[in-house]
Design a protein around this ligand. Structure first.
Ligand code: MN
Ligand code: MN
Length: 454
């Protein structure tokens, strides 16, 4: 159903609300790409997916997954048709904008200890001060041991945060443009204020390091080989008096990651091979070993083809991709009635109207966008309507007011049909983003419909 309010589809809201509970749990735990991978593995295994590195052949209906560097997952259900006849791919990213601790983060100033950060992805920096923050990630010690760090989520844990200037003394600051109010080098988190003896002098930094040493057995130098992400602290919550929405960190793009993952978990015996791929590094250009441009995905498909007896898996992967269809599952800019000036109302995504398709994104005349083929979009319209899915079509915003991109064009380069399909979000890239529960549910249903479509 095109552009109808999806809530009307449900006589009882229970089904939609129940799905949102699972989603809230998923993003409350999955504050980093590694944590999303960690929580996804048992979900896959419970549904019969096995590690693809441990099997020697596959047949129709078999379920396997591959993990890449603890930051990507690629899951498959082998179709009734041979893999080479094409995949149905759901691809989402599991990295979200945040602040990363620098390699040498620790310093002290006037009896206060700090951790210096480098922001990741595009953020309005002023949104990240005076809010509760948590620390998540890994420190890899020189002997190769991985230490998991998690501080700020348990209600008994301390939190950290970044200070802002008191309004009483902010006369100069208040005159600055928003991009300069808080600058990148100003995003330093407060870590402690109790001095300990360090040789002859007293040091609050030494006090903080002593706590890390005691709790985790890690030294200051170990942070050189670490990945510590500073994220908003606390769980996702119901939003609105009617509880119709979810407020939380990382809806971009874990709302599409969760719904894509759930869609493949709830699929059995598809005609075409189902695939769900969750990637890292989308927010900084999909680069590197764990981004969408990595050979990991190609290699995973080549391995799958080998398991089905391919003698020329590299070439067969290309043929398979040419026959594949993909939904680039990523969030959309939800129309915000408080900022109507940035949207073009006929071509905007609305809360409650379900799964959003973006034929193209990009900036400055569709620059860098995938721009889906109308032949493919017509097929999408057909299967969504057949599946009774509430869906809508949108652009990211008014022409030349900004722009954005997803992983769509990267998969499009393989000559497969790709279209962006996701969930409208308010406050995108803010520490607290908002989605509508019914859009999350329609996305899940739409993704499932896509996987089983002929
Ligand atoms: Mn995104
Ligand atoms: Mn984003």
């Amino acid at each position: 159903m095109y552009r109808k309010n999806a809530w009307n589809k449900y006589a009882s809201k229970e089904e939609v609300f129940a799905f949102a509970e699972g989603y809230k749990k998923f993003i409350s735990f999955g504050k980093t790409e590694r944590l999303v991978v960690k929580e996804s593995i048992p979900m896959l295994e419970e549904k019969g997916f096995v590690n693809g590195e441990k099997v020697s052949s596959v047949k129709a209906g078999d379920k396997i997954y591959f993990i890449n560097k603890n930051k990507n997952i690629c899951a498959f259900i082998v179709g009734k048709k041979p893999v080479i006849e094409g995949l149905r791919i759901l691809g989402a990213h599991i990295d979200s904008p945040r602040l990363d601790l620098k390699e040498n983060p620790f310093y002290e100033n006037h009896d206060l200890a700090y951790g210096d950060t480098h922001y990741y992805g595009v953020v309005k920096k002023y949104q990240w001060v005076t809010i509760p923050l948590a620390l998540h990630g890994v420190v890899i010690k020189k002997d190769g041991t991985t230490v998991d760090v998690n501080i700020g989520e348990d209600p008994n844990d301390p939190i950290v945060g970044i200070t802002d200037l008191l309004i009483h003394l902010a006369a100069d600051q208040m005159q600055k443009p928003a991009a300069k109010v808080i600058e990148g080098e100003g995003l330093d988190i407060s870590l402690g204020s109790i001095p300990v003896k360090e040789g002859e002098k007293e040091s609050v930094k030494a006090g903080v390091l002593a706590i890390l040493k005691e709790k985790y057995g890690i030294e200051e130098e170990d942070f050189i080989s670490a990945e510590i992400e500073v994220t908003p602290a606390g769980p996702a919550r119901d939003y609105g008096l009617d509880r119709s929405m979810v407020a939380g960190y990382g809806h971009d793009d874990r709302s599409c990651a969760y719904t894509s993952l759930k869609a493949i978990l709830d699929t059995e015996d598809p005609e075409f091979t189902s695939c769900c791929i969750l990637v890292d590094k989308e927010e900084i250009g999909s680069v590197g070993a764990t981004g969408a441009q990595s050979l990991f995905f190609e290699n995973a498909v080549a391995k799958l083809l080998c398991l089905q007896g391919s003698k020329a898996p590299v070439f067969d992967t290309r043929i398979c991709f040419e026959h594949s269809k993909m939904l680039s599952s990523d969030v959309s800019a939800g129309f915000d009635p408080l900022y109507p000036q940035v949207h073009e109302a006929k071509n905007a995504a609305y809360f409650g109207q379900g799964l959003v398709f973006n034929k193209y994104l990009g900036r400055g005349g569709k620059g860098g966008s995938n721009d889906a083929n109308p032949e493919y979009y017509a097929w999408i319209r057909h299967i969504m309507d057949e599946g009774n899915i509430n869906w809508q079509s949108a652009e990211i915003g008014k022409i030349d007011v900004g722009g954005g991109g997803t992983i769509a064009y990267i998969l499009g380069n393989y000559n497969m049909d790709v279209i962006d399909a996701g969930i409208p979000v308010h406050n995108m890239h803010a520490p607290m983003e908002i989605v509508s529960k019914v859009d999350v549910y329609e996305a899940y249903l739409g993704y499932k419909t896509f996987l089983i479509a002929k």
